[in-house]
Design a protein around this ligand. Structure first.
Ligand SMILES: C[S@@+](CC[C@H](N)C(=O)[O-])C[C@H]1O[C@@H](n2cnc3c(N)ncnc32)[C@H](O)[C@@H]1O
Length: 275
């Protein structure tokens, strides 16, 4: 049996393949367009990962004069390294660190973009407080997620449940047990209303809370099933290699049984203004 090195393993279970699906660009560009505008000179891409959103921000500010600073922040050193390699723009800089101590990493900002990551944060009130601390009054926050209470389009919750059940079965067939410790705090799913209330409490007035519906294709589901943080959330305690394989087998069986080729899902999009 061969064991992948740490770096090869991170490549293998990276978020990047999922970011290449057109709907992913759509849900991110939609919200970036609402929060990035001329005059916003310091833009933080919080939880930037390997840089897919940073690229979209840079595209958006391409002709902005004077050019803004775009600061990508992420706790993962490997994601930061990938972003630095992928992005050569002079406007972009990358800092390793967590949202929980954002104000120690960035002194002030006109806009904070926190895409596809807020669901991973255990203490959302604290993080929103940190974001408020770095924003000037009138500054903008944008965040989105598809891991929230309301993500499942009516009539599809059976699909998502079955995917996990079939994946757990595939693991059992290989003698691997899944720890049933329920959702971790970090993966607690809030409703859009709860997110809105947390923003208000932190001094961030929500101006937009919308759901965008996307169609997740078979390949998009395979790709998210190969992402380390998704595997860890869906199949707690299972080694990544076995988890990714089981999710693929589980998906195949689910799609075959339900005779579907894709499944709709909601993205929650929130824009708020610092008061
Ligand atoms: C699913 S990726 C999203 C990457 C990028 N924002 C995008 O949408 O393409 C989630 C990212 O959130 C980062 N993350 C997790 N916890 C975080 C925290 N407490 N503060 C900031 N980023 C965090 C992870 O390291 C990961 O890179």
């Amino acid at each position: 049996m061969t064991t992948l090195g740490h770096e090869a393993e991170e490549d293998r279970f990276s978020f990047t393949p999922f970011t290449r699906h057109p709907f992913f660009t759509q849900v991110n560009r939609w919200i970036i367009d609402k929060v990035i505008c001329p005059g916003r000179q310091v833009i933080v891409d919080l939880g930037c990962g390997p840089g897919a959103v940073t690229q979209l921000i840079l595209e958006r500010v391409r002709t902005q004069q004077p050019p803004p600073r775009v600061i990508g922040v992420d706790p993962s050193s490997s994601a930061i390294a990938k972003a630095r390699t992928a992005i050569s723009s002079k406007l972009a800089e990358f800092v390793q660190g967590s949202a929980e101590w954002l104000s120690k990493l960035v002194s002030s900002a006109d806009a904070v973009v926190f895409l596809n990551a807020i669901h991973l944060v255990p203490n959302k009130a604290q993080v929103l407080g940190e974001i408020r601390r770095v924003l000037h009054p009138g500054g903008g926050l944008a965040f989105n997620s598809t891991f929230f209470n309301g993500a499942y389009v009516e009539g599809t919750s059976g699909f998502w449940r079955r995917w996990i059940v079939r994946s757990v079965q595939a693991l059992k067939e290989k003698g691997i047990e899944v720890k049933h410790n329920g959702k971790t705090t970090a993966m607690e799913w809030l409703t859009p209303e709860q997110y809105g209330a947390l923003c208000q409490a932190a001094g961030l007035k929500p101006t937009t809370i919308e759901l965008l519906r996307v169609d997740m294709t078979r390949q998009a589901l395979i790709d998210i099933g190969h992402f380390s943080l998704f595997i860890e959330g869906a199949l707690p305690g299972v080694p990544l290699e076995e988890g990714a394989r089981a999710l693929e087998v589980g998906l195949e069986r689910t799609m075959e049984e339900l005779k579907v080729e894709s499944v709709p899902r909601n993205w929650m999009e929130v824009v708020a203004e610092a008061v």
